[in-house]
Design a protein around this ligand. Structure first.
Ligand code: Q46
Ligand code: ZN
Ligand code: ZN
Length: 319
């Protein structure tokens, strides 16, 4: 039986790319060290920072919250969890439950933003009325809510659970369509823009999807394992991920090398030059009205951005 490269106990995982095998305890330590190194190398979190970790209820969120929780005392930062309930039937109900259990298990504060309750429509209802794909509406809502929460709750950064597989496949997809500005956003840290956009960080930048899954499993962290029903398995994203997996099989560690290269060179990609303030809510927009205020104005006759900001600022005043 294969043995752990550190203690010699039976190994539970063989990481070919790292040429090491680990028992559960040393695998957990390996993942935590790797994330801590990325946090330091890319200067993601400083002492006394207030960090909001956006959690969906899935395995990557569990790993993100689980590792940040263990690092918060060592580095010395404050951690708050944010869950956005998208109102997507059973999937959202179970994801929310898992997020609540995760926060409870780690003893962390959890802020929940319920899309249907706040905006009057769930994501699928919004998509139907706007005649857009659920994922495109969902992306606009999630980005806006995370940013508004970050600004209003006074966060130094908002952390998301994107892993190396996600980042590699997004970057490749954007390259295929030559959306170069979007590749520039896939760096480990997107700096804040004064009062318009909060700083965003990706602590799982060099963690493989399989490692994230195994980490949350071995630590028995609560997470919901089903995919969102709107995630299409035949989609281009999925095929690109499969292609990268094939590359990785043949050339172990190529995905990590790829994202690390992206971290180094990502700032060379063109950036959106003119950041403006939305005339309704005052947050980041490109044309004077942000996408969130535009879609909610079409749905509800009045833009919902200011109301979302007020919701989070009230929470801050009560905490
Ligand atoms: S949650 Fe939202 Fe994803 Fe579901 S509707 Fe699409 S974007 S697939 S990460
Ligand atoms: Zn061991
Ligand atoms: Zn707006």
């Amino acid at each position: 039986m294969a043995k752990c490269s550190i203690c010699g106990k039976p190994a539970v995982v063989d990481l070919r790319y790292a040429r090491r095998r680990f028992c559960a305890e040393h695998f957990i330590e390996f993942v935590e060290r790797k994330i801590e190194r990325s946090i330091k190398e890319y200067k993601m979190i400083g002492k006394r920072d207030r960090v909001i970790a956006a959690i969906s209820g899935g395995k990557d969120s569990a790993t993100l919250a689980g590792v940040l929780d263990r690092l918060r005392d060592r580095i010395g930062f404050e951690l708050i969890l944010l869950h956005i309930d998208l109102g997507i039937s059973e999937y959202s109900r179970k994801s929310r439950e898992a997020s609540v259990r995760l926060a409870h298990r780690l003893g962390l504060e959890l802020v929940i933003f319920d899309v249907k309750e706040m905006l009057g429509y769930s994501i699928p209802e919004m998509a139907l009325r706007l005649r857009r794909r659920a994922c495109s509406v969902c992306g606009i809502v999630k980005r806006y809510v995370m940013n508004a929460a970050g600004i209003e709750l006074g966060a130094d950064s908002v952390a998301t659970g994107h892993n190396a597989d996600d980042i590699g496949s997004y970057a490749l997809k954007e390259f295929l369509f030559q959306n170069l500005e979007n590749i520039g956003k896939l760096v480990p840290v997107s700096e804040s823009i004064d009062n318009l956009a909060v700083r965003k960080i990706k602590p799982l930048y060099t963690v493989y999807e399989k490692e994230s899954f195994l980490y949350s499993l071995l630590r028995e962290l609560p997470y919901y394992h089903e995919e969102c029903p709107h995630a299409r398995l035949d989609s281009l994203d999925f095929t690109i991920k499969e292609f990268l997996n094939k590359l990785e099989e043949k050339f172990p560690s190529i995905k990590i090398q790829y994202v690390k290269m992206l971290a180094r060179k990502g700032s060379n990609y063109p950036k959106i030059v003119e950041a403006r303030s939305c005339r309704h809510c005052g947050l980041l927009s490109l044309g004077g009205e942000c996408s969130f205020c535009r879609i909610t104005r079409r749905l509800r006759k009045s833009p919902a951005g200011p109301m979302v900001r007020r919701y989070f600022s009230t929470l801050r005043n009560h905490s």
